[in-house]
Write a protein that binds this ligand. Sequence first.
Ligand code: HAM
Length: 430
Amino acid sequence: MNYQKPKGTADILPSEIAGWDYIETVAKKELAKYGFKEIRTPLFESFDLFSRGVGESSDIVSKEMYDFRDKGNRHLALRPEGTASVVRAYVENKLYAPEIIKPVKLFYKGPMFRYERPQSGRMRQFHQLGVEVFGSKNPATDVETIALAFKLFNSLGLKELKLLVNSLGDSQARVVYRQALIEYLEPFKEELSKDSQIRLYKNPLRVLDSKDKIDKEIVKNAPSILNYLSEDSKRHFSEVQKMLEALNIPYEIDTTMVRGLDYYSDTIFEILTTSKNFGSNTTICAGGRYDGLVEEMGGPETPGFGFAFGLERLLLIMKKEEITIPSEKVLDVYVVGIGEETNLETLKIVEALRANDLNAERDFLFRKPKAQFKTADKSNARLVITIGSSELAEKKARIKNMKTGGEQSISLDEIYSPSFKNIFNLLTSD
Ligand code: HAM
């Protein structure tokens, strides 16, 4: 029987881990500067959390959820995104308590699950790194959070980025706008794509970001949500724009951008790559404000703002852009043992080196010295310690700097001494 991984999933192989680690390291450094703390929530939650939080009519809930009943007949779902879970955790753990400094800034990373049609950069199990900020309605929160995303991608070496922003206003504005949009779209009903025809009455805002060519033409002249915003929402959006300009973050307003999750209000944004190497305008990062969600989930009235980006997508773009990922830590010492009689001493040497905080590896297959040196070379070993039967008898070994080729004799006592770390540093200091 040959088993294969489920469609839309991937094995992340050891050779690929350096890229994942690199993104995480760079991200954690930026997140720390902004005061974000990590939160980890379960991979599955109650189905209702997502249907209520993300929205029943969203594609994510209506078509893409991995939901199931457990043996206790609870209706559960693998998380399709992180925001609803983090909001649930914020409420359940009372992170809104007065003694906790506001805004509360949280980040998370991990796998998400959506039953989508797999293609390059679209998977059924994918990984997101996301942030959520609770307790600030200040547009400066929107802008510093967008700035964080931008800086993060810049630090990773991505240059060709485009920031799109829009405002969805408050729920009242959306009700009025929704009606205006239906009235505009109705005369085109027969020409709209099948998906958009279904969405026309259920979720007409989603017709705006349809990828269908004819739909796109039709929505070109649709009324703009920006004309339906309340005075507060208008002021908020104009502040966001002013602050982006003050920080020299270039942006475009895209009034057809609505996002596929129902919890958003006011500012929403996407960061796309415009690189020609990658299918033009692929979204790497998306998010926005969700001022009603905490209350909807049973918490006190609390504004929220956040974003998430897909790690697989980011890695694909970095690969296409030929961004070099710093290689894994090299091997400190490779121990070449010549002859079976050195087996025990070689074992003792690698163990002593590891106890001395060095990465050490050896041969286990009794291969010829030449083959062992080849492995040392391939593993980027900095030093090679060689021991054969005559060295063993003299309680000595040879030690070679692989970069300079310089070789000398060393006593086993020195190798086993804690001060070997100093010898290592001295020999590799060039
Ligand atoms: P989202 O737009 O659904 O937003 O996903 C955010 C990012 O996750 C996308 O831009 C993309 O990079 C990645 N992504 C989504 N689906 C897939 C997939 N099937 N395969 C690979 N990558 C994917 C959210 O999830 C919101 N929770 C973001 C947010 C946080 N809003 C406020 N706070």
